[in-house]
Design a protein around this ligand. Structure first.
Ligand SMILES: Nc1ncnc2c1ncn2[C@@H]1O[C@H](COP(=O)(O)OP(=O)(O)OP(=O)(O)O)[C@@H](O)[C@H]1O
Ligand code: NI
Length: 307
């Protein structure tokens, strides 16, 4: 049984426009995802595709003007707001995308130590700092006294030390030097191998594939493909959705072919398939109807034409 199951998750924001008119801005729709123990699932999507909102929905930290529907199950039970609060930081840990999640008034060593659940907090914190190449004196500094890269490493350290069963890493590596990127990815792999479930959120398909078991591709707020990491190989013929194939082909080591057009913004979503305006396979049906998520060759896709 998967430890995390996200089914038909939608998130919208209430917005007040001119004249105090309320409008709903749909930012996630029909997101499907599951992560099992021992597994790393990469959530791949470009900027604005909804990756962080997905993470925040699972943790129960969406902004107060957000409305959510669909179900999120943790260990078989539907996650309620109360349960999310109990689990957050303990059973479910987040490596947040922004270093603003650090407490500005607390020395970072103490912040990391407060996440330690087993073993001696100071010993564990120092081991973790060494692992992520944080200088020993960093523990006595406040977040504003750290470089951006060091602050990111403190966030990774805090989450990976927590002993959580589910780890959600939201873009844990941007701006870090290659050795620390590798150490972060290897730590996530190690935690998964010890039984944790890991959701690795990234726009960097290439580095995510180094450690992921499966990949969920997000596009304009919806999941369009769920594939085994091995499906990202050769010319991408094992992938199902045209966008997943295009992402793979766009990598420098492959055809380096950019995808024409751009992802639609929330509030300007097409009626039919969200990818149809950029899709070479699109037919009139794709312009009219949203394709459902369907099982195809041991994966899932949201495309009428995928075979
Ligand atoms: N509080 C909010 N109110 C209204 N719209 C929001 C809010 N937060 C996020 N959005 C919109 O929701 C969409 C998804 O945002 P999200 O931060 O999840 O994207 P992302 O995939 O994490 O992008 P990035 O790679 O840049 O981090 C974006 O279009 C964003 O503008
Ligand atoms: Ni994000």
């Amino acid at each position: 049984m998967p430890i995390l199951e996200v089914d038909d998750l939608s998130v919208s924001f209430m917005q007040y426009t001119r004249g105090f008119k309320q409008t709903r801005l749909q930012v996630l729709q029909g997101v499907q995802l599951s992560v099992g123990r021992g597994e790393i699932v990469a959530v791949i999507g470009s900027s604005g595709s909804g990756k962080s909102l997905l993470a925040h929905a699972v943790l129960g930290i969406l902004p107060s003007n957000a409305a959510m529907s669909g179900t999120i199950r943790y260990d078989g039970d539907v996650l309620t707001a109360q349960r999310q609060e109990q689990l957050r930081g303990r059973e479910i840990a987040l490596v947040p995308q922004s270093v603003n999640f650090l407490d500005p008034l607390m020395k970072v060593g103490a912040q990391v130590r407060s996440s330690v659940r087993t073993g001696d907090p100071l010993v564990e914190q120092r081991k973790s700092f060494e692992r992520f190449r944080l200088p020993p004196d960093a523990e006595n500094r406040y977040p504003h006294q750290l470089s951006g890269g060091m602050a990111r490493r403190v966030l990774v350290s805090t989450a990976t030390i927590s002993g959580a069963s589910l780890l959600i890493a939201d873009e844990p590596t941007p701006g870090l030097d290659p050795a620390v990127v590798q150490e972060t990815l290897s730590t996530l792999r190690e935690l998964a191998d010890q039984g944790a479930a890991v959701l690795l959120i990234s726009h960097d398909l290439e580095s995510a594939l180094r450690v992921a078991d499966r990949v969920a591709v997000l596009y304009a707020g919806t999941t369009v493909e769920i594939a085994a990491a091995e499906d990202f190989a050769d010319s991408g013929q094992r992938l199902r959705h045209p966008y997943a194939k295009a992402l793979w082909r766009a990598l420098p080591q492959n055809e380096f072919l950019p995808i024409p057009g751009s992802q639609p913004q929330p509030g300007e979503l097409p009626d039919g398939c969200l990818f149809a305006p950029r899709c070479a396979l699109a037919t009139s049906e794709c312009g009219r109807e949203r394709p459902p998520m369907r099982v195809l060759r041991e994966g899932k896709t949201r495309c009428f034409h995928a075979t």
